[in-house]
Ligand binder design. Structure first.
Ligand code: SF4
Length: 291
């Protein structure tokens, strides 16, 4: 179900950052249905708890963004438009709000970051190229496994991992900044050496930019949803997971073991882990009070 919402504001500051501290979520909820989704908490103020089926779109997002990105004191910080949902999830194929969202970034000449697991973004590549000729456009993909059988269980409605990587290559070819989030790495499911090596190898071969890699976290609602998933599909792993995830983070022993493997792969493929789009130094939210 897709329901329209009217937004009063779009730009939101958050302390924790990968690419930028500023988000503008176009959608609430996400049909990609990743079993490990960290963003499920974001449905708590809506009149439904079904994050994966009840999808909300901020129908006036382009108009509000144009207004906010034009404000005199706004310093053209890069804005990530896929924070707690994927704005190229399947509903976008029919709703088509993203072309107007990108046009609002073109009109205001504001850097844009898009993090997606979908190849639908290729529909808008001409607009993104136009924006990239004015300011930085950063396209980031997140990936978990190249094993399609497992991927279909873990991220059933996202694009196949290799398709995502091929899509990202097209954005490197038109000059956008690109990066790979290898996350989450799922213990005993996607952490085999073959998968780790292949993701790094393709990132290097396709010239996809830096790669960040993290193990799965199981906090809040994500924990119960993921344990239910394990019970259905990998029941033999339940007892190991109870030991590995005594709390929200994986055990120190596992994390150290994984970090060593990742360090070795960085060295082997000479891939960096840090990614930042070009941004003004002062990225704090104090200016918002002056708007
Ligand atoms: S794509 Fe992101 S927001 Fe959507 S279900 Fe997957 S993890 Fe959650």
């Amino acid at each position: 179900m897709l329901k329209e919402l009217t937004a009063k504001s779009m730009l939101h500051y958050h302390e924790q950052t990968f690419a930028t501290n500023w988000d503008a979520n176009i959608y609430r909820g996400c049909e990609h249905n990743c079993r490990y989704c960290f963003a499920q908490y974001s449905h708590r103020y809506l009149d439904t708890a079904n994050f994966f089926k009840d999808i909300f779109v901020k129908s006036n997002a382009p108009e509000i963004l144009t207004r906010e990105l034009n404000r005199r004191l706004w310093k053209k910080y890069p804005v990530n438009v896929c924070g707690v949902s994927d704005c190229y999830q399947p509903q976008e194929a029919g709703y088509k709000i993203m072309p107007d969202v990108i046009r609002s970034f073109i009109t205001t000449k504001n850097p844009l970051v898009i993090t997606t697991k979908s190849t639908l973004i290729l529909r808008d590549i001409a607009l993104l190229k136009e924006l990239n000729e004015l300011v930085d456009v950063s396209i980031v993909i997140s990936v978990s496994t190249l094993d399609e059988e497992k991927r279909l269980l873990i991220e059933p409605n996202a694009a196949p991992t290799l398709e995502r990587m091929k899509m990202l290559r097209q954005f490197t070819e038109i000059g956008c900044k690109t990066a790979v989030l290898f996350m989450p790495i799922i213990p005993c499911i996607s952490d085999d050496q073959k998968n780790l090596n292949e993701i790094f190898k393709i990132t290097k071969e396709y010239n996809l930019g830096p790669i960040n890699a993290w193990p799965l976290h199981l906090r809040g609602k994500t924990r119960s949803v993921f344990f239910a998933f394990l019970k259905d599909h990998f029941p033999e792993l339940l007892s190991d997971y109870r030991i590995l995830y005594e709390n929200g983070s994986v055990s120190d022993e596992y994390r150290n073991m994984l970090h060593k493997k990742i360090r070795d792969l960085r060295e082997k493929y000479q891939l960096y882990s840090i990614y930042k789009p070009t941004a003004p130094k002062d990225c704090r939210p104090a200016q918002l009070a002056l708007f």
